[in-house]
Design a protein around this ligand. Structure first.
Ligand code: TRP
Length: 453
């Protein structure tokens, strides 16, 4: 009953790789990666992040695409279909539910941050310059204290994302990605070269790659793991939904490797660009979420042609955020259209409204509602922490258990189409390394390991 009669597929395999990279590469790799690297001790974070991408992220990415393609549907349908096929409980569909709703929660604050970028793009385009560190800090504080202005850009960004989703899988997402992803890479390479010319690249390289074991704390390890999940769009049904549009012949392992490599590369490249500028202009790398918004405009103001570089940079970040936001909407929208036969455009706009409202609350959480806290965090922080460091690892754990232990070897091998040596390698990593890794990190942070000793 959950099997849609016909399902659109991507026009070719490259299109799938492109949109999946589009989902993975976003604010996470640029805004979040750089501020976390800056705040969490640089190289220690980078190293753990890369290990988590290789050992936990990549195997899970493959598993999530596998569920989507095998189950041929939105996250709930894909879980139900595969559970039925492999004789598992339909309760596993809960995983699809958690993912779909989690994705919408992420989108609510994601869109607000994208709104900051849009605001800064506008400022750069009309020629606003910040000359001093104090002015840069003030500029961000002004934005923070202005929920109307923040809400306006959040509304614009969300409407653009809903608009693409409303136009449908192939016509909307794919066309947008074909134009956006290549230009995005070009601008990124340009900025990194610029960072090497105008900034302090050696300092950036030291900061990011000189490994210091002392900086390695449980908190750093958990954030690095959470960041690996976030940057690969894992555990929220987004990759599952995209995988459900993938043709049966495509090799999941090959496709996933492309996505993981491209995602990490964008993170490392943006990190090098941003930190070489940060150090070159003597700024503090550990300011937090506002790092790129405080440090970069200041750097832009002091470089020749800075206005053009600023505009290009913010456009690049916005493109990346746009393709990610689209993938956060897609799971729930595809569920609405497939389950209830609702027209795609109606489903997309209908989904957008609650996300928009939650995002407006996030806008208020920096100023008027900043007294409202959960675990000592404002709404924005609480939503992000909960999604990145709790929901994603837990749903990653569930996916590893489901594909590694519950579905059975035969259907998994059949769907994965890996070679005789590669398959057992991946399968065992998924069965042992991924769950053990997640549990260790997670419980270590909760202090449970100390308690067990
Ligand atoms: N990966 C995106 C980024 O780095 C964000 C994102 C898109 C995402 N889709 C997701 C995160 C699904 C988690 C789940 O910006």
């Amino acid at each position: 009953m959950n099997q849609p009669v016909s399902r659109s597929t991507w026009t070719n395999r490259w299109a799938f790789i492109l949109v999946t990279i589009g989902s993975a590469v976003g604010l996470g790799n640029i805004w979040k990666f750089s501020y976390l690297v800056g705040a969490k001790g640089g190289s220690a974070f980078v190293l753990v992040y890369l290990c988590c991408v290789a050992l936990i992220g990549l195997p899970l990415l493959m598993a999530e695409i596998l569920i989507g393609r095998r189950g041929r549907g939105n996250p709930v349908a894909a879980m139900l279909n595969t559970a039925e096929e492999t004789g598992n409980s339909s309760w596993w569909a809960l995983l699809g539910w958690v993912g779909m709703l989690g994705a919408l929660v992420i989108l609510s604050y994601y869109s607000v941050v994208a709104g900051w970028i849009a605001d800064y793009l506008y400022q750069a385009a009309i020629g606003v310059r910040v000359e001093t560190a104090a002015a840069a800090a003030q500029a961000f504080a002004d934005l923070e204290r202005d929920p109307l202005r923040m809400g306006f850009w959040h509304t614009v960004f969300l409407a653009l994302s809903v608009g693409v989703t409303a136009r449908g899988v192939v016509a909307g997402i794919e066309v947008a990605n074909k134009i956006m992803m290549p230009s995005l890479f070009l601008i990124l390479v340009l900025l990194t070269v610029w960072g090497a010319v105008a900034g302090d690249m050696p300092a950036a390289l030291h900061f990011m790659y000189d490994f210091k074991i002392k900086a390695l704390t449980p908190g750093v390890v958990l954030s690095a793991m959470g960041q690996a999940f976030f940057s690969l769009s894992l555990g929220m049904g987004a990759i599952m939904t995209y995988g459900s549009y993938l043709d049966k012949e495509a090799r999941i392992g090959y496709v996933s490797l492309w996505v993981a490599v491209a995602g990490s590369l964008v993170g490392l490249l943006s990190g090098m660009a941003i930190f070489s500028l940060t150090f070159g202009y003597g700024l503090d790398p550990s300011v937090g979420p506002e790092l790129i918004l405080q440090a970069l405009p200041l750097a832009f103001a002091h470089m020749p042609g800075g206005q053009l570089v600023a505009v290009l940079f913010f456009v690049f970040v916005l493109f990346a955020a746009w393709t990610s936001a689209i993938s956060l909407l897609e799971p729930f929208v595809s569920w609405l259209t497939e389950r209830y036969g609702i027209h795609r455009a109606k489903a997309a706009w209908g989904t957008g409204v609650p996300v928009w409202l939650l995002g407006l609350a996030v806008c208020m959480s920096f100023s008027r509602w900043s007294d409202f806290t959960m675990f000592g965090r404002n709404l924005f922080d609480a939503l992000d922490q909960c999604a990145t460091n709790v929901m994603m690892p837990l749903s990653g754990l569930a996916i590893a258990i489901y594909v590694g232990w519950m579905m059975g070897r035969a259907p998994v091998r059949d769907e994965m189409k890996l070679g005789v040596r590669a398959f057992p390698l991946w399968f065992n990593v998924l069965r042992y390394v991924v769950p053990v890794g997640i549990v260790l990190v997670f419980f270590h942070v909760l202090g449970l390991l100390d308690w067990l000793k």
